[in-house]
Design a protein around this ligand. Sequence first.
Ligand code: MN
Length: 725
Amino acid sequence: MRKDKPNLTFEELREKLITYITDENDLDMIRKAYMLAFEKHFGVKRKSGEDYIIHPLNVAYILTEIYADAKTIQAALLHDVVEDTDVTIEEIEEMFGSEVALLVNGVTKINRLNFQGDNEAMIANHRKILVGLTEDVRVIIIKLADRLHNMRTIWALPEKKQKQKAKETLDILTPIAHRLGIGSIKSELEDLSLRYYKPDTYFDIVEKLNKSKAERDQLVIEMKQSVSSILNEHGIKHEIKGRSKSIYSIYKKLDKGKKFSDIFDLLALRVFVDTESECYQALGIIHSKYRPIPKRFKDYVAMPKTNMYQSLHTTVFGEGGQLYEIQIRTYEMDKVAELGIASHWSYKENGSNVKANMKNTMEQKLQFFRNIMDLKQEETNDADFVKSVSEEVLKENVYVFTPKGDVIELPSGSTPIDFAYRVHSGVGDKMVGAIVNNNIVPLDYVLKDNDIIKINTNKNSIGPSREWINMAYTSSAKNKIKAFYNKIDKEGYIEKGQEILKDECRKKKIAFNEIISNENIEKILKEYKFRNVDELYVNVGNGKITPTMIFNVINNNNENKVDIILKKATNNANIKQTVNKNDIVVEGIDDIKVNIASCCKPVPGDRVIGYITKGNGISVHRSVCPNVSELEERLIEVNWNTKISKKYSTTLLIRASESKNILLDVVSKTSNSDITIQSINSLSQSKDEYVFEITVMVDCKESLVKFMNDINSLQKINSIERIIK
Ligand code: MN
């Protein structure tokens, strides 16, 4: 059944709008947005054969089903005009105001992102970019509606495109829809994506469902009547609906190893009542007649999920020993389950500012957003980020309480250590013990739903124990403990470095003060590219640099300098990029192992030179790389082949004058080019400068240069350069 409306008119959309938007001025502006979109897309057809305007109309229509506000509807109607026609953002701003312009701009930027990528880190990165960097949640909601209509009409695209879009939807958009609690859009997107991503599995499930449908329908009708009559006996006003499970949810269960028969045997009902207390009454009445399976009872009424979902869930043995999953909820709870964060639009609070309300909801109620923001600030590498996302987005969670009764959501497997660090880093760092439900527990105790946790702290505590890194479950707690130790270690190394250097001076009978004269220090810092004396001591303290190396620098001893450079070059070689055979031609040698140097990361088109390592083939450096440019021996001529078989990565250092939206801007520059982003790392952020590293994969230098020029042309960018480590 086609859910899209290929013949939708503005009048039909308007009929829906006036059911909840009453302000004449708002309705006028929406019509104006429609007129502009109609005029600008005029004459353009979609792949499905319809006039282009049908698409924005459908997107707006989907949004009326979640009661989107007037500005969002205007932006939805205009969402493709900047990308596809000659209208500029400035013109939108002039005609519709800055808010609508901001929304359209956000959607345009997101649509330019290239979400392709198979590796988990990239997928997670994209999710991070989409959610973490979008300032107004309405942009994401428009994007979800846009994708929903595109998925509804994706039959018009070639199979390869269908699969790619379906996978992208499941990887990136449905987890976000879930977290925002927008159940209606989420489950339709999931089913549509599965239909195109794994058509065989999808139709297999549909067919099996159809086969047993008549029989299951009959059982559900009987159970409905039976439940209804006992609720009536107790005078509880209610409605009961049979509930069909989504194809995707069945697929997920099969994927987890459940059997077809077990899933299909489970029949589902949903009971609607007026008030929260009637939810519990209805539950009691149902349990008194039908035996429940104890472990299957879940009270999401007292403890809503973080996406605000509320309901009572229970599974009972019904007529004839048949299992029934029953959900009990009020009509209000049902609305939240379907609309999630968008349900806050529909509260008609007289004269209050809907946008402020949305922003509030976003900032205060959604832990997800906070988690993502947290992750942006902590130094996390990609692997950690993937873990956090799968922990915190995809896995089941436990809900525990602070002694004051605040609910804290943590991934299953969390311990009191995770709890303490979630509450506040300070609490974690000063923790000396934990009490759960009035009992002292070991710190590796695994938290359970409903646990009440009190963390004992001592302000004289010297800090977390290193063992806690293994006891903590969440990457965020682990990172905070590691950060604590990195700081301590740094101080320790500075002291140690100083001592080592002083000792060595004593042995060599040189005055320490002479060694650290301003002139000498300057020389050393320049040689090793250290920023300050502390960094020098840290490197001596941890053994990366020996006092002899320092004395050599001071005495300009060149013989040893080569050693130093060599050491640096090999140190850097720990992350190796493999070279496809034939991408690099080594003069005079056919069959030899070739590595790309990770210090200067050459890409095809760069002038390169080979360095013959001891026992590890040839490492290819850029000719300008200082790690090899001063070497004379063991160098060999190498060249890129004329044909290159894969992309190679290189790292760029970017300095920007502000951080707002900058990553989004940078990432959007990769669209329509052959650049793929591998990772982004924030290095530092101060009031007037934001510095980050971005590693990209390119197949030739021209694309890289063009990309760098594109970035440089952005207003907020101070500089962009390739890094040599
Ligand atoms: Mn669109």
